[in-house]
Design a protein around this ligand. Structure first.
Ligand SMILES: Nc1nc2c(ncn2[C@@H]2O[C@H](COP(=O)(O)OP(=O)(O)OP(=O)(O)O)[C@@H](O)[C@H]2O)c(=O)[nH]1
Ligand SMILES: [Mg+2]
Length: 458
């Protein structure tokens, strides 16, 4: 437990129906009570049970600050594990700030960023990976990202790490038993140890791959729409955004600048960029636009290349395609609704061998579903495996996993050549790296396990 009390406005700044000031610490109930005037006379916050709500005013001496609803959560059954008070005041910056200021006068100090969650972790309410999930939840851009973060908070993901720790502890127990009691226990079964190491590496790889998938849901990707003038790039941007953001006309060369916005493609946050139609031009402004198109196309994670079925595949199209050939491309043959069709199946097959081609019409909303499905497929391809493990890893967790993996690889490599106690060093290294993720100190547990599993010294 900590010896000071902290408080902060826990709702985001700006207008809102209510704002919440959160307090945590051993004396916060008593301190909140000092600046609280209950609606019903005789009510006292310090006498209230946990999970109760009380209506009343926050007062600064004689002055009434705001009418509020105050909830009390008593240790250890609160977010931080300490006594927690949440003051629900009126939304908007001013009431919340004034309530907070009033509370601070009682000797509560303002909380540092993340301090409530930090306390939750240090008080054992959350493990390290759950604590990190809280920040992911706050930052999640799409429902999918949110559900991944919530899963992490629930602690389900921690089980994966605990399983790894368990296997390592078992191996370590075998090794230490051999070392300490060579006569009774003898050499460990190297074949078994080897296969255990291998399966730990397999599991780490599985977690890393799942983490990579989740990264896409968290960080999102960028997609550039490109093609010669008038193929329907801006129309596509508008259709995917479901609003008229970019100017659309039948005049080739309408778009001069990059027009961009964010969309949600099946849970993946996408930064979508419409570019100027690429062609050789004398127009100075358009030429700058074309240069910018090239830059954006080269930096995008994925390129949607548009063709116009009415014009057929022209020299201009081939020139554009040449510049994106080595990138992740989806081809959309647009304007299928028109009578005039100058692009044949054979032509497409010939030109775009390993590339996804979709035929459709932006105007008639044909093929856009298929386009979204292809984006999802493409972005997740290679990362999608038969398992449905869903796990979010941040940079630090990923590094820790890679470090653990390296230790186990070293151990596996050295298995039959080095003395047993050297093996222990690598196992411990791996456990320590995993401990960085779960925040767990394992020493005690390892010792318990040795005695439990092997009943040595009885
Ligand atoms: N028939 C038909 N017309 C379309 C379709 N998609 C776009 N158009 C028309 O094609 C013309 C050009 O559309 P834009 O979206 O401005 O094309 P763009 O590729 O952005 O053109 P630039 O900005 O000049 O490079 C407009 O008249 C659109 O209405 C479609 O699926 N079918
Ligand atoms: Mg345009």
């Amino acid at each position: 437990m900590f010896d000071d009390d902290i408080a902060a406005i826990s709702t985001p700044p700006g207008e809102g129906g209510i704002a919440i000031i959160r307090l945590s610490g051993s004396e916060v109930i008593e301190k909140a009570n000092r600046v609280f005037k209950p609606r019903r006379l005789g009510v006292d916050l310090t006498q209230k049970e946990g999970y109760s709500l009380t209506l009343g005013w926050i007062v600064d001496g004689e002055e009434f600050i705001d009418e509020t609803l105050v909830s009390i959560m008593r240790a250890p059954r609160s977010y931080t594990g300490e006594d927690v008070v949440e003051i629900n005041c009126h939304g908007g910056t001013l009431p919340a700030r004034r309530c907070l200021e009033t509370v601070l006068k009682t000797g509560v100090r303002i909380a540092e960023p993340g301090e409530f969650t930090r306390r939750a972790f240090l008080n054992g309410r959350l493990d390290a990976s759950q604590a990190e999930a809280v920040i992911e939840i706050i930052r999640a851009k799409t429902d999918k990202g949110l559900s991944l973060a919530l899963k992490q908070l629930s602690g389900k993901n921690s089980n994966h790490f605990h399983e790894l720790e368990d296997s390592l502890i078992s191996i370590n127990a075998m090794v230490e038993a051999s070392l300490d009691f060579p006569d009774e226990v003898g050499e460990p079964d190297y074949g078994e140890v080897k296969s255990m190491f291998a399966s730990i590496i397999g599991k780490i790889d599985q977690i890393l791959a799942a983490g990579k998938r989740a990264e896409i849901y968290r960080e999102g990707i960028s997609i550039a729409i490109c093609g010669k003038p008038n193929v329907g790039k801006s129309s596509l941007l508008n259709a995917l955004l479901k609003k008229d953001k970019a100017i659309v006309t039948n005049i080739p060369g309408t778009t001069r600048d990059i027009v961009e916005d964010f969309i949600n493609v099946r849970g993946i946050p996408v930064r979508l960029m419409d570019t100027a139609g690429i062609r050789a031009t004398e127009d100075v402004v358009e030429r700058i636009g074309v240069e910018r198109s090239h830059e954006v196309i080269q930096s995008a994670d994925l390129v949607i290349f548009l063709l116009d079925i009415e014009t057929g595949i022209t020299e201009e199209d081939l020139a554009v395609y040449e510049s994106i050939e080595n990138r992740h491309v989806i081809v959309l043959v647009n304007k299928e609704d028109l009578e005039e069709k100058r692009i044949s199946e054979a032509q497409l097959e010939d030109l775009f061998k390993e590339v996804k081609v979709i035929r459709g019409s932006v105007k008639e909303d044909i093929g856009l579903e298929e386009l979204e499905a292809s984006i999802e497929n493409m972005v997740l391809s290679g990362e999608v495996q038969a398992d449905d493990m869903e796990i979010m890893l941040n940079m630090r967790q990923k590094q820790a996993l890679l470090k653990a993996r390296k230790h186990i690889e070293d151990a596996l490599f050295a298995l039959e050549d080095v003395p047993l106690d050297c093996l222990g060093v690598d196992i411990w290294g791996a456990l320590e790296s995993l401990g960085e993720i779960t925040g767990k100190n394992l020493k005690e547990e390892v010792l318990d396990r040795i005695f439990h599993d092997f009943c040595i010294g009885k």
